[in-house]
Design a protein around this ligand. Structure first.
Ligand SMILES: Nc1nc2c(ncn2[C@@H]2O[C@H](COP(=O)(O)OP(=O)(O)OP(=O)(O)O)[C@@H](O)[C@H]2O)c(=O)[nH]1
Length: 314
């Protein structure tokens, strides 16, 4: 028999494994808890010893248990460290389905074992409680994705959504339209009524714009007084009707609620994804050019710029 590391006796080795702060599970291919060690950090873990001998499907709801079994199969197939992140809440545990929705988040480090456990392939699953880190990441993502003043999507989140929708369009050719608009002579609102009133105008514009859209439409503040509306599954004719509604309702609302003597009308550029577009930036640029055209030709209007179509090769 090979000597144990550091010349520890088997008994000492067992004590050592049991002293690990994070819980370590031995899970078999069929989803049986064959053993549990460690988990001594009682700030983060409950005693899991009662699970030994049970099946994942006895403990967890079907969907969650299936997911665990898939990860076990993947770790066994890969024969290398498999790292997963997952949440567990009361609803995932059988008998607690009506419990609170709060989740504990874990990182699982899953490693195939080089021997059989009770005639079955098995993995070592080390579960680390990462709830604090996960919540911090979620908050950071929210800050990055949200425009602080208006609560709309940020520029960063918009560009991400634009790229995703463009990739969808290239696959499916389902129409998608984009409106870029701003408030005419917004600088005068700041100059005449103060920056705070200017901020309120931007917040109101965001609220009124959202009211004109379907829940699935994406509305973002690009920066300053520029806003973008991304309308998936919407051909430009339909989008033009939405854009006109946005233009009219925003101007009406801004003038009335902020008692503006002048300014507050809306100019916009509208376009749609086209088969001739190579990337989403081209679409945004076309909408920007159309907005410029709306400004140049007198403001208080939406200018539509049709998308280029790919030339047919005969
Ligand atoms: N209150 C407020 N003003 C902002 C904010 N961000 C940018 N601005 C101001 O918005 C104004 C935008 O003005 P411009 O882009 O020159 O355009 P405009 O006055 O709307 O004129 P046109 O677009 O040509 O009709 C600038 O005066 C910026 O200082 C903000 O977060 N709050």
């Amino acid at each position: 028999m090979q000597p144990t590391p550091a010349n520890l006796s088997l008994e000492q080795l067992a004590l050592l494994v049991n002293a690990l702060p994070d819980p370590v599970f031995i899970l078999t291919r069929s989803g049986r808890y064959a053993g549990i060690f460690g988990g001594t950090d009682l700030r983060y873990y409950h005693d899991g010893s009662a699970l030994v001998g049970k099946q994942l499907h006895e403990v967890l709801v079907q969907e969650k248990a299936d997911w665990f079994c898939q990860q076990i199969a993947q770790a066994l197939a890969q024969q290398q460290l498999h790292i997963v992140e997952y949440g567990l809440g009361g609803r995932d545990v059988k008998g607690l389905e009506d419990g609170p929705d709060g989740r504990i988040w874990f990182e699982g480090r899953v490693q195939a074992l080089p021997f059989l456990v009770a005639c079955e392939e098995a993995v070592l699953w080390v579960a680390s409680n990462i709830t604090e880190r996960h919540e911090l990441e979620t908050r950071l993502r929210h800050y990055c994705d949200t425009d602080e003043l208006t609560g709309l999507y940020s520029r960063r989140r918009l560009m991400q959504a634009l790229n995703e929708h463009f990739a969808d369009f290239q696959r499916s050719a389902i129409p998608c339209s984009l409106l870029l608009f701003d408030i005419d002579h917004f600088k005068h609102i700041n100059d005449d009524y103060g920056h705070q009133q200017g901020d309120q105008a931007l917040q109101l514009a965001a609220k009124l714009c959202r009211q004109q859209l379907r829940p699935a439409d994406i509305c973002a503040r690009l920066g300053g007084d520029e806003f973008v509306v991304l309308m998936a599954h919407t051909p430009p004719d339909l989008a033009m009707a939405v854009a006109e509604r946005v233009r009219i309702q925003l101007a009406k609302g801004l003038k009335a609620q902020l008692s503006l003597a002048q300014g507050g009308s809306i100019s916009g550029g509208l376009t749609a994804f086209g088969s001739g577009d190579s990337c989403s930036e081209t679409v945004l640029k076309r909408a920007d050019d159309a907005l410029y055209e709306a400004k140049r030709t007198g403001r208080n209007r939406i200018v539509r710029a049709d998308a280029p179509e790919q030339r047919q090769i005969r």
